[in-house]
Design a binder for this molecule. Structure first.
Ligand code: ADP
Ligand code: MG
Length: 410
């Protein structure tokens, strides 16, 4: 085991902000922004949390606050409600949280206001109040100063543990932080440490695997890693824009027309870079995007009309797995194919297994990639599985995250 293998992800990387561990919260009301934007199933009144991964991810901070005798007010957004859509109430989230912490969790009738403030002041040490969906307030996404001030009345201290929302300058993630002593939650800190470790001082070689649907989503990350990575390996639908930029036919494969020019620009930059840039050279095709589609393997990448590339081929998958094996640091974002469809999941599974088996430091970001790792039962084998899709990409690009910047410096 190398020296760095012994260092936990939470201790790597840099973090310049004050931690909730150092906050004086005993007997105080803590307004904590969490990312409880979870999938829900069923309809009101039988609405339930489908996957509670994000709620569990916030438990270390919640438990710390309880142990220290804080009164806890939790706020999160949930989906994109039109007005006060009851299907996007936080009610099922409060129920699930109560089960996880094994004590009662109250639900506020609104996000802010006198009644909510009274409820917050009545909370005893260790008690938990969950506010309604922050996006019930139109001022949330506008970072409205009035909403930020109203939120600040619900706590004496602010803690941000919502890494998944930290790239948004909203009232609950950014605005309110300017009104109260603002600290980083444990999850947010671990996320930033793990991701900045890969971004700023990776042990080499660094292999970056990028897949998923669109080049434009990941353009900034590709450009940044062309400067710092040893190898970038491209999979997913994204590869077809690169093929088109090279004049290779892609049949009916998913290509966003605007991406072709971006892909061409990247290929130009690859020429002047010392980073290896790999594209697939075999594919799995389907005649349509469906689990029961007709399937065939293609030993090259010229997709014929009437077919679409839905996965990297077995040779490419083996090569990418080999590159992961050779790397000391691996960052993976975006599935290698349409892994939701079983006949086209093999490439993503091969890469996920290689990442899981890697003795190096491995970080996976992105909602769908994380879902793939979970589905394959490999989450425990990855050093850091990020809870933030967009936030992890923006951090990797080198952008400042407004939700992090607003916190007090360590
Ligand atoms: P992440 O959430 O991990 O960042 P993206 O959202 O960028 O990943 O991309 C995931 C989506 O890309 C999945 O829904 C998957 O089906 C799709 N996808 C990947 N490869 C292909 C492909 N070859 N053709 C069509 N869709 C694909
Ligand atoms: Mg996604």
């Amino acid at each position: 085991m190398s020296e760095t293998d012994a260092v936990k992800s939470s201790e790597r990387g840099t973090f310049a902000k004050a931690s909730v561990r150092d906050a004086d919260v005993a007997g105080k009301r803590v307004l904590a922004r969490v990312d409880f934007n979870v999938p829900l199933t069923g309809s009101v009144p039988d609405r339930r949390v489908g996957d509670d991964t994000r709620i569990r991810a916030a438990l270390p901070t919640i438990e710390l606050l309880r142990e220290r005798g804080a009164a806890i007010v939790l706020v999160s957004h949930l989906g994109r409600p039109d007005d006060h859509d009851p299907e996007l109430s936080m009610a099922p989230v409060a129920v699930r949280l109560g089960e996880l912490v094994e004590s009662p969790v109250a639900l506020a009738p609104a996000v802010v206001g006198e009644e909510v403030e009274t409820l917050s002041r009545r909370l005893g040490a260790g008690e938990i109040l969950v506010l309604e969906n922050s996006r019930y307030e139109p001022g949330e996404t506008k970072n409205d100063p009035g909403l930020a001030a109203a939120l600040a009345k619900l706590g004496d201290v602010y803690v941000d543990d919502a890494f998944g929302a930290a790239h948004r300058a909203h009232a609950t993630t950014e605005g309110v932080a300017h009104h109260l002593p603002a600290y980083a939650g444990l999850l947010l800190e671990r996320e930033v440490r793990a991701l900045t470790a890969v971004r700023d001082h990776p042990e080499r070689p660094l292999a970056v695997l990028l897949g998923g649907a669109k080049v434009s989503d990941k353009l900034g990350v590709i450009e940044r890693f062309l400067e710092t990575a040893d190898r970038i390996l491209i999979g997913g639908a994204m590869c077809f824009s690169f093929f088109r930029a090279q004049g290779i036919g892609t049949g009916d494969s998913l290509v966003h027309e605007d991406d072709i020019e971006l892909a061409g620009r990247i290929l130009e930059r690859v020429k002047g870079s010392s980073c290896e840039f790999w594209l697939p050279h075999d594919l799995v095709l389907g005649d349509r995007f469906a689990a029961d589609a007709e399937r065939r393997e293609l030993d090259n990448t010229a997709v014929p009309d009437g077919w679409m590339g839905l996965d990297i081929g077995p040779k490419t998958a083996a090569e990418y797995a080999g590159a992961v094996e050779e790397a000391a640091t691996v960052f993976w974002n975006g599935p290698m194919g349409a892994f939701e469809l079983e006949p086209f999941a093999a490439g993503t599974r091969a890469v996920a297994e290689a990442v899981a088996a890697s003795p190096g430091f491995t970080v996976v970001g992105g909602g769908d990639s994380a879902a793939a790792v979970n589905e394959f039962g490999l989450a425990a084998e990855v050093d850091w599985l990020s809870t933030g899709g967009g936030a992890s990409l923006e951090l990797m690009e080198g952008k400042d995250l407004p939700g992090v910047e607003a916190l007090i410096d360590a």
